[in-house]
Design a protein around this ligand. Structure first.
Ligand SMILES: C[S@@+](CC[C@H](N)C(=O)[O-])C[C@H]1O[C@@H](n2cnc3c(N)ncnc32)[C@H](O)[C@@H]1O
Length: 184
């Protein structure tokens, strides 16, 4: 029996009666979680943006870009190809090979609005703050802004600073914020 990530069960239940849903995952890697979203929400989705530039990124304190590319470049390209293959059966999937903030800015300018966003990219406080700030305007009132790895110091600090009240799902690493129907 497959065990789904708590956020996906949450989204599945919250949007039980919905159709034509639009959502995004920020940080996709090999597409494992994206595949869960796609298979669980399935025919209720009309669009699932999967946002990842697949550029080696510095969570391992390697500040030299050449070394970073040399060590992780081929690995990232493999993850990109794995994700593409895994999600191929789902016509509602739209890969966006841009960094989070750029992608959010472009979609917002195009007038896109989403039912849910799941943030799981870089986990430093600075980057999570940027992701939250960039994607919140794209979430519909009453929609879900969420993310992974609340147990990372940077993630919890950013969520606490920018999003109240938030909820932690059972298991404790997925966080959820419901965008108010009216601006505060
Ligand atoms: C933890 S992995 C994602 C795992 C995936 N959500 C899952 O659970 O299957 C983090 C991913 O974030 C991506 N990433 C890093 N910086 C990013 C950025 N600025 N915008 C979008 N994605 C980014 C990385 O390329 C990497 O693939």
């Amino acid at each position: 029996m497959q065990i789904f990530r708590p956020i996906n069960i949450y989204l599945h239940r919250r949007f039980e009666e919905a159709s034509g849903l639009k959502g995004a995952e920020i940080g996709v890697l090999s597409g494992d979680n994206a595949f869960e979203i796609a298979s669980l929400l399935g025919d209720r989705l009309s669009r699932l943006y999967l946002v990842d530039p697949y550029i080696p990124y510095d969570e391992n304190s390697i500040s030299n870009r050449d070394e970073l590319n040399y060590r992780y470049g081929p690995f990232m390209q493999k993850q990109k190809e794995k994700a593409r293959r895994k999600l191929e059966p789902y016509s509602f999937v739209n890969f966006v090979y841009e960094p989070s903030v750029e992608a959010a800015g472009r979609l917002l300018a195009e007038g896109e609005l989403l039912d849910f966003v799941y943030i799981d990219a870089t986990h430093t406080e600075e980057e999570v703050r940027k992701d939250i700030t960039a994607w919140l305007p794209l979430v519909k009132p009453g929609g879900v802004l969420s993310g992974h790895d609340f147990n990372f110091k940077g993630v919890s600090a950013a969520v606490r600073a920018l999003l109240e009240p938030y909820e932690l799902l059972p298991g404790g690493t997925d966080w959820v914020y419901i965008k108010p129907e009216k601006e505060k």
